[in-house]
Ligand binder design. Sequence first.
Ligand SMILES: Nc1ncnc2c1ncn2[C@@H]1O[C@H](COP(=O)(O)OP(=O)(O)OP(=O)(O)O)[C@@H](O)[C@H]1O
Length: 234
Amino acid sequence: MSTLIEFKDVVKEYKSGDHILRAMDNVNFTIDEGEFVVILGPSGAGKSTLLNLLGGLDSATSGQIVVNGEHVENFNDNELTKYRAKNVGFIFQFYNLIPNLTAIENVELMKDIVDVNIDGKAVLNSVGLAGHANQFPAQLSGGEQQRVSIARAVAKQPAMLLCDEPTGALDSNTGVLILNLLQDMSNNRNTTVIIVTHNAILAEAADKVIRIKNGQIEDIAINEHPKKVDELEW
Ligand SMILES: Nc1ncnc2c1ncn2[C@@H]1O[C@H](COP(=O)(O)OP(=O)(O)OP(=O)(O)O)[C@@H](O)[C@H]1O
């Protein structure tokens, strides 16, 4: 597998008044194309900061963030917008769907953002929602809404899916369905999937587990034999 992402000596500092908080402190790691990666760490460890830097939502204070051979840390705002549109699908705890657009309209919205031809029906079908295309978010369950948000994120075929607590608002059975879908995208479609979670059990299903604490890498582990999400005991 080839390397898709490389963090080299990445530092992120937040300034509030006179105080400087170092949320990322010399972080180094690589992620391969198609890997299923779980990022674990206590509250405040820097997990969301890491996703925001990787997703081009925020800029590093120093260090290098290389994605597909491109140096994201050198991008200006315009280049970051293009980078996000082309490379990144975001999936959040709350689904961020547009309430007055139907499921299919929420997915096809991506056509306006990236210049790709999107078959909304086919993408909804791939997440098991073929029959729900014309329903509005309020008419869907939480798990269905999260599947629409996954469909929207994958519709533009991004290099990576960045997921911040994607099952945090779901009951455990529905959460397993969503994680299964994400693992399947990594295994069968070579999508790089990076999931931030508090749930350490998911680590057994990951190809790579990155543990962070106080803005530093505590440990990086490779699973030679990751479990299937539905084999995990929750
Ligand atoms: N915009 C910001 N301005 C100032 N400090 C920030 C900002 N964003 C995050 N921080 C601080 O940076 C540190 C890391 O925050 P981050 O949100 O990355 O942690 P996290 O591991 O995702 O935590 P959680 O699991 O609670 O979501 C925390 O101390 C947080 O208070």
